[in-house]
Design a binder for this molecule. Structure first.
Ligand code: F6P
Length: 549
């Protein structure tokens, strides 16, 4: 595979970008009569509108050439065929097997993984139904009313987002709580409100070695024993684990029967479809959990079989490469006009940045181009009153993904019309802007003094031409949510292939963990090592002076 910047398409795209720079996005609608046909896509309950981007049909074709030069079609097949595309950890990346409703086997090392996947799904279904119908009870015979999910990163963000987003589909009488942070406030807030006799704790950790999760799990266990006078054996009615590490779960005191397995070919940030999603099934019911999986499955099929020029995750990924490597846009905002998706930016931060925040290619060489942008965002309309000033008039150009449901889950249609008017207006305003003549005309009708008008004029100009993608869906439900998340997962994969990096490892989180261990030792011993930096020494001294255990 040629290096990205040395490919023919890359060079052509560089040239092409120069010619496109002087064309305003809005003018592309006039220049390209088939723009909507070529750059908007309806898929199931979704409408993707890429037309308000610095993207012509020619750009898309060149980007597709680039994708072909980077062997994207072959790489997609490799992923679906269970090849070890996670090349630094020598693992497959097979989250697609977790939502595979097809009859074909999916093999890793020659073994079909589907029987195992289906048997864990069956165990999840049985367990969920037992909790819901009251066959599974606390050790004293109380019904389970609260589920506390303890996990972090990929073992938290996905299930947390899905439960929050799908609260309208929740089962009656089950409340879920999430604890991720090692900050004691997190678990304290939850333990304050749950009744131990009626609570089920789910300890979710792929490795079962993650510091934060183990501390929180131990605190939960101690609190439970202290507040119930239960015996160790009674824990089995209140603690279950989800992990790949059976031995560590047993060591913690969770018997194998209470374990829900998954496998090292599931990346943490791609794991909500696995047993990590048990809390989702408990909250919204197993059928709805399956609908979520089905939503992802239909997108998997689309991603695998749709031609590149009509392939939505491919276009999402290519667009982002286009902005990162040719337009030098290094942040991207995610703005859902859907309160139910308020956690989407948090979730996508891990999915996108932990996957593609890398700088070494498959040959072990440092790349000479940028990779993942910084992902951030917040729910609309709130963010219109915080960072939208910068989006409209700041010096940075930030491509945005706007998302909204055509039909709300609530029952206030007048609110929804106002919400959607804002969703549509913002992308239009960012693209159109307001030029000097328009501002001058507006000011002339304002009744202000001439001097004041002249002073105000430059402040009221919007250059416009700011790009965004609109993702409109009929209604947020388990299936549409599953699809939406799968679109983003595959987008991440596309970008990783184009940049020739490994989207499935995360070595970048290790150094901080190692140093934190050393610092913790110094804190516990109240002794500062000689080799720490002067700044760290100062911080430790301040801490020792002000914190008494
Ligand atoms: O943040 C690093 C990370 O390894 C993530 O990739 C992972 O999702 C998270 O920690 C939690 O890991 P585990 O599920 O093993 O506790």
């Amino acid at each position: 595979m040629a290096k990205l910047a040395e490919t023919l398409a890359f060079k052509q795209l560089r040239e092409h970008k120069r010619s496109l720079e002087s064309v305003r996005i809005f003018d592309l609608f006039l220049l390209e009569p088939k723009r909507l046909e070529n750059l908007t896509f309806e898929f199931d309950d979704f409408l993707f509108d890429f037309s308000k981007n610095h993207l012509s049909y020619q750009t898309l074709n060149l980007l597709i050439d680039l994708a072909k030069e980077q062997n994207l079609p072959e790489k997609i097949e490799q992923m679906f065929n269970g090849e070890k595309i996670n090349f630094t950890e020598h693992r497959a990346a097979l989250h697609i097997a977790l939502r595979n409703f097809g009859a074909q086997p999916i093999k890793v090392d020659g073994w079909d993984v589907m029987p195992k996947v289906n048997s864990v799904l069956l165990k999840m279904r049985n367990f969920t139904e037992m909790v819901h119908n009251g066959f599974w009870r606390g050790f004293r015979g109380d019904r389970i009313t609260d589920v506390v999910h303890i996990g972090i990163g990929g073992s938290d963000l996905g299930p947390r987002l899905v439960c929050d987003a799908l609260e309208y589909y929740r089962k009656p009488n089950i409340t879920v709580h999430f604890v991720s942070n090692v900050d004691g406030n997190d678990i304290q807030k939850v333990l304050r409100v749950v009744n131990p006799f009626r609570t089920l704790f789910i300890i979710a950790s792929k490795s079962f070695t993650t510091q934060e999760t183990l501390i929180n799990a131990n605190t939960a266990k101690e609190w439970f024993l202290l507040n119930t006078n239960a015996m160790e054996k009674d824990l089995a009615k209140h603690f279950v684990a989800i992990s790949t590490n059976e031995e560590a779960c047993q060591k913690f005191g969770i018997p194998t029967e209470n374990m829900f397995h998954f496998w090292n070919w599931v990346g943490g940030r791609f794991s909500l479809w696995s047993a990590i999603g048990l809390v989702i099934a408990l909250y919204i019911g197993f059928e709805n959990f399956q609908n979520l999986l089905e939503g992802a499955y239909v997108v998997d099929k689309h991603f695998r079989y749709e031609p590149l020029e009509r392939n939505i995750p491919v276009i999402m990924g290519l667009l982002n490469v286009w902005y990162t490597n040719f337009w030098n846009y290094h942040t991207q905002a995610i703005v859902p006009y859907d309160l139910q998706l308020r956690l989407l930016p948090d979730y996508l931060q891990q999915l996108i940045m932990e996957s593609n925040g890398k700088r070494v290619n498959s040959q072990g060489e440092e790349v000479d181009y940028h990779t993942s942008p910084v992902i951030w965002g917040k729910v609309g309309t709130d963010c219109q009153h915080s960072f939208f000033q910068l989006l409209h008039q700041g010096t940075q150009v930030v491509p945005i993904d706007f998302l909204a449901p055509a039909e709300p889950v609530h029952s206030f249609p007048n609110h929804h019309e106002v919400l959607i008017s804002n969703f549509i207006a913002q992308s239009e305003a960012l693209m159109l802007g307001k030029n000097k003549e328009e501002v001058a005309k507006e000011l002339s009708q304002s009744g202000l003094e001439v001097l004041e008008r002249t002073e105000l004029l430059p402040h009221k100009i919007f250059h416009g031409n700011r790009p965004s993608t609109s993702i409109f869906y009929k209604k947020l439900n388990p299936k549409t949510l599953g699809s939406l998340l799968a679109f983003y997962e595959h987008r991440v994969f596309v970008e990783g292939v184009l940049w020739d990096i490994n989207s499935f490892d995360q070595w970048g989180v290790e150094l901080g963990k190692q140093i934190a261990k050393k610092v913790l030792k110094q804190i516990e011993n109240r002794r500062i090592d000689k080799d720490v930096s002067p700044s760290t020494k100062l911080l430790l001294e301040f801490f020792f002076k002000n914190f008494k255990r």
